[in-house]
Ligand binder design. Structure first.
Ligand SMILES: [Fe+2]
Length: 233
């Protein structure tokens, strides 16, 4: 069982700080500043810190400079940055894990703009092709957790509008990756009063959680069960 803090889009925990009893993993689903993620890392001391980028993160990079893929970010100190790819955390390196933990990240939203803060149909097609080859030519059976900035259209989120429309294109990755848990950002809680979080325990086909502004929960690696937890204050 790991304790997860997932964040995206808004600096809520900076503006209204709270305490959590234990944070093993910090996941950022994008559109947050290096300063804010540094603040969270210093405050909660998570052993594992992983991020994908949102569509607004280009402001932290010089023109022509791109975030590192599958490595520690040069802009977001201490954060492991995934542009698009799969990162496996080993139990050997992180003894508090119950098993190895595999995470797929895919940054950006589907719209016209600079990659990887925006992604094209072609880049998604190439990624899917790589996954197809991996899935059908190797024992690869998928990942535990999916991290995206874009909300996937899995028929669950009923909010949609403009650039914030859940994406069918990115939802297609589920077929190759079969995650137990999918964390996304981009849709701010204030945009809608419709549900944005869906749990298997409540009958959903997978755990789909909006990380904006933050969610704190336990994740059972073996069963895939997610349980929302309260902050201390
Ligand atoms: Fe966004």
């Amino acid at each position: 069982m790991v304790h997860v803090l997932a964040v995206a889009d808004e600096n809520e925990l900076y503006d209204n700080p709270v305490e959590f009893p234990q944070v093993d993993i910090l996941f950022s689903c994008g559109d947050l500043s290096p300063h804010y993620l540094g603040y969270l890392s210093d405050k909660y001391m998570p052993a594992i810190r992983i991020m994908v980028h949102g569509n607004h993160d280009g402001q932290y990079f010089e023109v022509g400079e791109e975030p590192i893929n599958l490595g520690f970010s040069e802009k977001y100190h201490g954060m492991f940055s995934i542009v698009r790819g799969i990162h496996v955390l080993s139990k050997e390196e992180h003894p508090f894990l119950d098993d190895d933990l595999s995470i797929c990240g895919f940054s950006g939203i589907s719209a016209h703009g600079d990659p990887p803060f925006y992604f094209s149909d072609y880049s998604l097609f190439r990624f899917k092709t790589d996954l197809f080859v991996k899935k059908y030519l190797s024992p690869f059976s998928g990942v535990d957790i999916m991290l995206t900035h874009a909300p996937p259209d899995l028929g669950l989120i009923s909010y949609g509008g403009g650039d914030h429309q859940p994406s069918r294109k990115i939802a297609a990755l589920r077929r190759y990756l079969d995650p137990k848990l999918w964390l996304y950002g981009h849709i701010h809680r204030r945009y809608t009063d419709k549900p944005l979080d869906f749990l298997v325990d409540d009958g959903a086909p997978l755990n789909l959680i909006n990380a904006c502004p933050y969610k704190y929960f336990s994740f059972d690696q073996r069963t895939g069960r997610v349980k929302f937890m309260e902050a201390i204050s």
